[in-house]
Design a protein around this ligand. Structure first.
Ligand code: ASP
Ligand code: MG
Length: 406
């Protein structure tokens, strides 16, 4: 029989009733004879609530203490799920990340997994128990609790699937899989049957909030097929797998939207070597993640540079640039929070020309102004006004014929 790693996200374990439902599901798999390792996220919005609590105490919490706090969310769900399984006459035992030997580096709040010792889990599986593991957490080599970045339970699941050489890795969520775009936005969005790691990674990093990017990276690196599916049904979801020939036939796999970025513009940037380096070094030193960058053509001695950062980091970015602005002679730093990024993603782009032209054309014909553009081999992103974003998504979804056939 097979060894299955299942991960249940916050919405799947949001309250006692849902936890009971998950327990029934897990018990059902167990009855069929499978060995199960179940990773859980914190109940519903618990992690956000915990962050909020710390925010009421301080605006600059110690990152170690933040991890002590955030890791408690998953401990609640793991123990409740164990109890619910016991109610189903299913033997189960829950563990923290540290207890099952998930060792990470010491970058609190975004630690990387260094090693997983699977001894304890295997021992319990041998006893025919369901092993429940708190997602999103580990310990550093000194046994200090760390967390793996927001959405990190996905990473726990993928890393465990790899370490245990599991036969399957299932990510349970409240939607039926990955869609061609957000079905709440576009009614005829379709569930994708199969998507490559690369496409999924691009979609995730450009706004599709189904799985943590890092977890997809790791899955791709070790070729661990992932089945994203709903905890509310038994329907087949979406498989994230290594790309194969047949997948290139589809030009665009999906359209995504991200409203969580801000556009910053630095004007009066002296047009000489080393200035861009100074600007982005100061941002990097402040731990700010820059996404798109454009530099306007400098007709004169000075030029403009615009770039996007996560909205939550915008004011931090402005402050850190203000610190260096005198020294390098920047004129003005402005931020625009009313932007959104829309992206089209597909490995078919590699072998088909004209995707960018088609994208720009449909936006242009519909009077949507493009403020920034960036591309990768399999993605084209445009920054547009926030108020235009949803319309842009619908237009692009139509243009590339991603909807259900009418
Ligand atoms: N509970 C954590 C979060 O909300 C981890 C996760 O859900 O995967 O980010
Ligand atoms: Mg969560």
């Amino acid at each position: 029989m097979s060894l299955i790693v299942q991960k249940y996200g916050g919405s799947s374990v949001a309250n006692p009733d849902r936890i009971k439902r998950v327990a029934e599901r897990v018990a059902g798999y167990k009855k069929k004879g499978h060995s199960l390792v179940v990773v859980v996220s914190a109940l519903g919005d618990t992690t956000d609530d915990l962050l909020d609590l710390s925010g009421q105490i301080t605006t600059s919490p110690s990152r170690r203490e933040l991890d002590m706090l955030l890791s408690t969310g998953e401990q609640i769900s793991m123990s409740l799920l164990a109890m619910a399984l016991h109610e189903n006459k299913c033997d189960a035992i829950s563990f923290t990340g540290g207890q099952v030997g998930i060792v990470t580096d010491s970058s609190y709040t975004r630690a990387r997994i260094l090693d997983i010792s699977t001894g304890r889990i295997r021992e319990e599986l041998k006893k025919k128990r369901v092993v429940i593991v708190a997602g999103f957490q580990g310990v550093n080599p000194r046994q200090e609790i760390t967390t793996l970045g927001r959405g990190g339970s996905d990473l726990t699941a993928v890393a465990l699937a790899k370490a245990l050489k599991a036969d399957a890795c299932e990510i349970y969520t409240d939607v039926e899989g990955i869609f061609t775009t957000d079905p709440r936005l576009v009614k005829d969005a379709q569930k994708i049957k199969k998507i490559s790691y690369e496409e999924m990674l691009e979609l995730a990093s450009s706004g599709a909030q189904v799985m943590q990017s890092r977890s997809i990276e790791v899955a791709g690196k070790y070729d661990i097929p992932i089945h994203v599916r709903s905890s509310f049904s038994y329907k087949e979801g979406t498989w994230i797998v290594k790309e194969d020939r047949s997948m290139e036939d589809v030009l665009i796999r999906g359209v995504s939207m991200n409203k969580n970025e801000a556009k910053l513009t630095v004007s009066g940037v002296p047009n000489r070597p080393g200035v861009a380096a100074a600007i982005f070094k100061s941002l990097a030193d402040s731990g700010i993640n820059v996404d798109m960058i454009i530099q306007n053509i400098g007709k004169m001695a000075a030029t403009d540079i615009s770039f996007t950062v996560p909205k939550t980091e915008a004011s931090h970015a402005v402050n850190s640039l203000k610190k260096i602005s005198k020294k390098i002679g920047l004129k003005e730093i402005t931020q625009d929070l009313n932007v959104a990024k829309v992206s089209v993603v597909g490995i078919g782009m590699r072998s088909h020309a004209g995707v960018a032209a088609a994208m720009f054309e449909v936006l242009g014909q519909n009077k949507i102004n493009i403020e920034m553009i960036s591309t990768s081999e399999i993605k084209i992103s445009c920054v547009v006004k926030k108020t235009d974003a949803e319309k842009a998504v619908k237009l692009l979804h139509d243009k590339f014929e991603l909807g259900k056939k009418k």
